[in-house]
Ligand binder design. Structure first.
Ligand code: NAD
Length: 503
């Protein structure tokens, strides 16, 4: 059985830990590997390597750091097939979706290639007579990323390309459920010319994470995962003086207005609800249909589309499936528990995905696409994040009720509206309490040069990931005010005891 170890100081490094976690192929239910659950000493070893590498990397001109990113980008492209197959193998998502994930990660690398421009800082001449001012955006030091299972390549790439390009060193703690991508990316970064120790991977769980959150040498922590863990990470890292951004869970709603293009909306909703088996933080989980007439048509249309969906393994010889398995047997059972709770609490099960069998993959972790109608806000399936292929339809009489419903929910990651009316769409964009908004776009994931992040209990910390916020997160601003020695020639010196102001 292959054991996935750590990557520290430019090489695969065996841990002294005797704890391991199984890694499965979710499409077959077979254990394919095991991953080491690192000891506190392993985490400290990785931090030491990152700390030792920091000074030289921070002093490396941004242009040279960017060239490593350019090379890393081409290596990602050359190795796309191998990487996508590994994502599909360990996560379960279908191959083309794995390629899509890689593309979205690669776009952040492309953004990071522009770091000489992004890290220029600001400059003002003559802030006072003969006085100039400029800011320097300096790297922080050792930065940490702790990432979830659902995007084993993309979410780490929301973080480390910008952290590295701005001159920081990095320790990544990937999900123990699909850890191989982290090591594959570490090897590619080395091949791209990244000096040893600048990027390190520590596999494991809370034991390693707690060291990363508390060690005084760590300057910043980026986390993406579920909300309870995000709260823990944010509280602990902040209490230890670290800069922290912690992105949490979601319950993304869309409003379906009576004037929407129903065919377009229905197709978009099926893809956004069930793509990646609903294991996306931007997956659509609730459709708020305004009026019974469009709700009835939508449920009929969604039911038909769901019955036509192909569910099966992520990699096949012939025509690709639309949706793969969920990540583990435990997660499948949790999702089934939610579906049962929905039925018990009175929601109407329009399409039942329980007892779903995929021929030849009887031991895979499959849940069929599931559709609930007549869901109400008091139900567990409405209140909690399910993170599986379960879509709920809530019926409301008017737009105001739909907006209130969304704004009252604990999560505020993404939100969308389907309408033909520009004024309603504009009003919605302005009033909805969510970080990312789609107008006739069901999964409004911002591009790499914008920033990604939700509102409410979907994020803890003031700065989002990638885009300008990402550059800000990984840099510390220093403002230099300088006066040059004309004063030596021309002025008589005197001390000033009042607050300096410029004239
Ligand atoms: P998770 O919270 O279980 O795990 C995330 C990371 O935290 C993993 O690396 C895990 O090993 C670590 N971890 C777990 N328990 C820990 C503990 N007690 N102490 C320290 N570290 C711990 O999340 P997951 O199941 O891997 O991913 C799914 C969740 O991630 C969903 O809630 C989803 O919405 C969320 N997510 C959010 C975004 C976003 O942008 N907001 C993006 C992707 C995923």
């Amino acid at each position: 059985m292959e054991t996935i170890q750590n990557f520290i100081n430019g090489q695969v490094t065996s841990s002294n830990s005797e704890r391991f976690s199984p890694v499965y192929n979710p499409a077959t239910g077979e254990q394919t590997r095991q991953v080491v659950m690192s000891s506190p000493e392993d985490a400290k070893h990785a931090i030491s390597a990152a700390q030792n590498a920091f000074r030289a990397w921070a002093k490396t001109p941004p242009l040279r750091r960017a060239r490593v990113m350019f090379k890393f980008k081409s290596l990602l492209e050359e190795n796309q097939d191998k990487l996508a197959k590994m994502i599909s193998n360990e996560h379960g998502k279908v191959y083309s979706d794995a390629v899509g994930e890689l593309t979205r990660g690669l776009e952040v690398v492309e953004f990071a290639c522009g770091i000489p421009h992004l890290q220029k800082g600001e400059s003002s001449a003559n802030v006072g007579s003969g006085v100039d001012s400029h800011s320097i955006m300096q790297p922080l030091g050792v930065c940490v990323g702790i990432t979830p299972f659902n995007f084993p390549a993309m979410v780490p790439m929301w973080m480390f390309p910008i952290a590295l390009a701005t001159g920081n060193t990095f320790v990544l703690k990937p999900s123990e459920k699909d850890p191989s991508l982290a090591l594959m990316m570490a090897e590619l970064l080395k091949e791209a010319g990244l000096p040893d120790g600048v990027f390190n991977v520590v596999n494991g769980d809370k034991e390693a994470v707690d060291v990363l959150l508390t060690d005084p040498r760590v300057q910043a922590v980026s986390f993406v995962g579920s909300t309870p863990i995000a709260e823990y990470i944010y509280t602990t890292a902040s209490a230890h003086g670290k800069r922290c951004q912690a992105l949490g869970g979601a319950k993304n709603h869309c409003i379906l207005m009576p004037d929407a293009d129903l065919d377009m909306a229905s197709d978009a909703i099926v893809g956004a609800g069930f793509g990646a088996a609903g294991e996306r933080c931007m997956a659509l989980s609730v459709v708020v249909a305004v009026g019974d007439e469009i709700a009835d048509k939508l449920v009929a249309s969604l039911s038909k589309s769901i019955h036509e969906m192909r569910v099966g393994p992520g990699i096949v010889d012939g025509k690709e499936n639309d949706m793969g398995p969920v990540i583990t047997a435990a997660h499948r059972d949790k999702i089934l528990g939610y579906i049962n709770a929905g039925v018990e609490q009175g929601a109407k099960l329009a399409v039942d995905g329980r007892d779903y069998q995929v021929a030849g993959h009887e031991n895979g972790y499959f849940v069929g696409p599931t559709l609930f109608d007549d869901v109400t806000p008091d139900m567990t399936i409405y209140q909690e994040e399910i993170f599986g292929p379960v879509l709920s339809v809530v019926r409301v009489p008017d737009y105001e009720s739909a907006l209130t419903l969304i704004n009252d929910h604990q999560y505020g990651n993404g939100s969308a509206i389907f309408t033909r009316d520009g004024e309603t769409a504009r009003q919605f964009s302005e009033d909805v309490l969510a970080g990312m908004v789609g107008v006739n776009v069901p999964i409004p994931v911002p591009m790499a040069f914008h920033s990604f992040g939700g509102w409410k209990r979907s994020i803890f910390g003031p700065l989002n990931v990638h885009g300008n916020d990402g550059v800000r997160f990984y840099t510390r601003m220093k403002t230099v005010t300088s006066r040059w020695p004309a004063s030596v020639r021309l002025e008589t010196h005197s001390s000033h005891f009042t607050m300096p102001t410029m004239d």
